[in-house]
Design a protein around this ligand. Structure first.
Ligand code: NAP
Ligand code: 3JM
Length: 337
């Protein structure tokens, strides 16, 4: 079997660490693993298949001989280094928002539009969608195929791990401080995140929405259907791992809650947890470290003729980032290389 020299850019981060774990768990055909991060990580090593692999500093020469590059070190790093890597012959799977909306760069969720991977040839770059878009569309694609979704109204409840390792530490520290009657240290977010909800993810735009909200709108239209109307409110909540979403859809064709449940039970990547009589519905704490997108609270929206409400939960570092990227890499290597 062919194996590949694989690099993880941002290897020491919340997403990068998950990448290394998943490459090992899924036995991805790695010939050699190269770990790249900033100067802050000089001297660090990370474990892969029982070996300690040293972390190197990312620079222009990091990609000689690298065949697949999994990038998650922030948008500006990808903007600079993904084209350099592609020029060196490395196929980049980029987890940042840098290239998602570039017309000839594919934006892929394997359960939704795997065929788009073929377009990796255009620029040598494949973009991984935003975590909140991924889990929403894994749940909605089977419904769209049957009933045609016209409009989506979504509110998110996003965990701090989506911001990165510093935010995970900040929620823990603030929680300890507040329970010990100390003032919370506020560094990563503009306000206290412990015991709070912040209706503010990424930066505010001129239209009054945040960039995170507009990612959900634009990415949904690029990946699934350019004619779907989408409006989003994205909220950071004091949860460590997994994003939850309240999703309301309006469809062209009537579909019942029972039909949606049946469809989603058969859908790839979806697990239905919807037994309200026994108080069973998807929970962030149960989705953490899992691969599936969990869907529950499926019910008809009685305020309109063709509406459905759902509650969608997934591990944002796995399906929302590292797992989705590695599933793309698996299809790429199996089908195209
Ligand atoms: P994180 O925990 O803060 O980690 C950031 C990583 O980037 C670290 O490995 C860091 O290395 C590295 N890095 C930062 N500046 C660098 C530089 N100048 N040169 C080389 N490496 C550098 O953040 P994260 O949560 O893992 O997220 C990383 C990025 O992935 C985000 O900025 C975002 O663009 C993307 N992301 C995507 C999704 C998605 O939904 N697809 C989800 C989360 C994040 P050091 O340890 O050396 O500082
Ligand atoms: C998730 O510094 C940066 O550019 C990272 C901002 C960021 C992004 C992004 O825009 O790439 C943090 C967390 C994302 C994302 O997946 O869109």
């Amino acid at each position: 079997m062919r194996t590949f020299v694989t690099a993880v850019v941002g290897a020491t981060g919340a997403v990068g660490k998950e990448m290394i774990k998943i490459l090992e768990e899924r036995d991805f055909p790695v010939k050699e693993l190269r770990l790249l991060a900033s100067e802050r990580s000089v001297g660090k090593a990370m474990s892969f298949r029982g070996q300690e692999i040293p972390v190197s500093v990312l620079d222009e020469n990091s990609f000689a001989g690298v065949e697949i590059g999994l990038f998650s070190a922030g948008g500006s790093i990808s903007e600079k280094f993904a084209p350099i890597a592609a020029q060196a012959g490395c196929i980049v799977i980029d987890n940042t928002s840098a290239f998602r909306m570039v017309a000839d760069i594919p934006l892929v969720i394997p359960e939704v539009n795997p065929e788009a991977i073929a377009d990796y040839k255009n620029k040598g770059i494949i973009a991984n969608p935003n975590c909140s878009t991924i889990q929403m569309l894994v749940a909605l694609k089977p419904i769209h195929d049957v009933a045609k979704i016209k409009r989506i109204v979504v509110s998110t409840y996003q965990s701090v791990s989506g911001t990165g390792k510093e935010a995970i530490d900040e929620l823990e520290l603030q929680t300890r401080q507040l329970l010990n009657m100390q003032d919370p240290t506020i560094q990563v977010y503009p306000h206290q995140i412990a015991f709070n909800c912040l209706p503010h993810i990424d930066v505010f735009l001129d239209n009054g929405y945040t960039k995170e909200e507009m990612k959900m709108v634009n990415e949904t239209q690029k990946i699934m259907d350019k004619n779907i109307a989408v409006t989003a409110t994205t909220v950071r909540v004091p949860v460590f791992y997994s994003h939850s979403e309240s999703v309301n859809i309006e469809t062209e064709k009537k579909i019942t809650a029972t039909e949606v449940r049946e469809l989603l039970r058969k859908a790839p990547g979806v697990e239905v947890v919807d037994d309200t009589a026994n108080k069973q519905y998807p929970l962030a704490i149960n989705a953490a470290s899992k691969d599936a997108t969990f869907v529950g609270r499926i019910r008809e929206d009685f305020s309109i003729p063709n509406g459905i409400n759902l509650w969608v939960v997934a591990d944002n570092l796995r399906k929302g980032a590292a797992l989705n990227a590695i599933q793309i890499a698996e299809i790429l290597t199996d089908k195209y290389l």
